[in-house]
Design a protein around this ligand. Structure first.
Ligand code: KG4
Ligand code: ZN
Length: 344
């Protein structure tokens, strides 16, 4: 089965063709970063309009790169939520209409299901059950994955997502949008420990996270003294260390609590080198199998949607002839294929 995947939940237009027998045939991501950078964050209406302009040419380009014609596609998968509703509706409308015109089945994929299955795009893939640490711009959660659509949220952020904390802290430090990668670069030139930031919720029982206090602590530290370049780098390094300490401590707790021996890390913050290094050391110490998608599959992309959609289409799941998307959509509302529609 050959599936066209379409991702438009936020500020990246992603398209991919995944083939059940031959793997990923082609994928392309168009990032709107330049468009939004002058505003310091994503402007939803601009995001929607840009998806309208970029999506169809990107589909054509990706089909050519995959040496595939529209007629040889067996189904279309698109991100149905959660995300920016206008942006989602662009992908939903195009995917549903194209599938109708081609007489092919269509399925709506949960964006976070896409992220947590992204390691399946690699050569060495995790087997279920596994625990997934999903760390993106909109979500931070630990999920026990026992099968496709069988997800138990073990803990999640009570306020800001990890990526959001990276982005907001980057803004405080005068870095340009998108802040996460820029802050990680700055942190590499600094030393953690000169500033003392909290490790939020680390001593509290449970698996929830909270990152908004950390961002405030950075703001206070930054106000207390005028920081030179080295000072900003040291503060960035301490912030990153605090996030990495917190995420890795909660991963260890989740693994011990569930008894699961495989950890998957996905979502944009999963591209962070320091987090990857720390979890690699921890996995060796604790005897876990650890899986990360390559950095380009940690951030938003069409390949993860094509893959998740292929699994659901292959199992017979289809959406009716409606165009629908959800801005909010809990991961635990998902069901295994065959037990319900992905979009209500
Ligand atoms: O998964 P993603 O591409 O989009 C969402 O679904 O949100 O994640 C984007 C988030 C942004 O907050 C971005 O700053 C963060 O991931 N991010 C990083 C890094 N690369 C992306 N944060 C820290 N270090 C990175 N290297
Ligand atoms: Zn994402």
């Amino acid at each position: 089965m050959r599936v066209l995947g379409i991702e438009t939940s936020c500020d990246e237009t992603g398209v991919a063709v995944f083939d059940e027998d031959n793997g990923l045939l082609a994928h392309a991501v168009y990032s709107q970063v330049e468009l939004h950078s002058q505003y310091g964050g994503v402007v939803p209406e601009l995001a929607s309009r840009d998806h309208v302009q970029k999506l169809l040419p990107l589909i054509n380009q990706t089909l050519v790169a995959a040496s595939t014609t529209p007629g040889s596609i067996d189904g279309i998968a698109y991100t149905a939520g959660p995300g920016l509703i206008g942006a989602l509706l662009v992908g939903a409308s195009l995917a549903r209409s194209l599938a109708f015109a081609l007489g092919k089945p269509c399925v709506g994929v949960h964006h976070m299901e896409g992220h947590l299955l992204a390691p399946m795009l690699e050569e060495h893939t995790p087997s279920m059950p596994f625990v997934a640490l999903l760390v993106s711009g909109g979500h931070t959660m630990l999920v026990e994955v026992s099968g496709l659509g069988c997800y138990r949220v073990l803990g999640q952020t009570l306020d800001d997502a990890a990526g959001e904390a990276f982005d907001k802290t980057a803004t405080l430090l005068g870095l340009s949008y998108p802040g996460g990668p820029a802050l990680a670069d700055l942190a590499r030139q600094g030393t953690p420990g000169r500033f003392k930031l909290p490790r939020p919720m680390i001593r509290k029982p449970g698996l929830d996270f909270s990152f908004s206090g950390l961002k405030t602590a950075v703001m206070l530290a930054e106000r207390e003294e005028t920081l030179d370049t080295q000072g900003r780098a040291d503060l960035a390094a301490e912030f990153q260390a605090a996030v990495v300490d917190t995420l890795s401590a909660k991963c260890r707790r989740a693994m011990r609590q569930t008894g699961v021996k495989t950890l998957v890390v996905a979502g944009g913050v999963g591209a962070n080198r320091s987090l990857r290094e720390r979890l690699t050391v921890l996995a060796t110490e604790e005897g876990w199998a650890l899986f990360f998608p390559r950095p380009e599959f940690c951030t938003d992309n069409g390949a993860m949607i094509a893959y998740a959609g292929m699994l659901r289409l292959r199992a017979g799941e289809r959406i009716p002839l409606i165009i629908e998307a959800r801005a909010r959509w809990g991961l635990e509302d998902l069901k295994p294929p065959g037990l319900g529609e992905t979009v209500a």
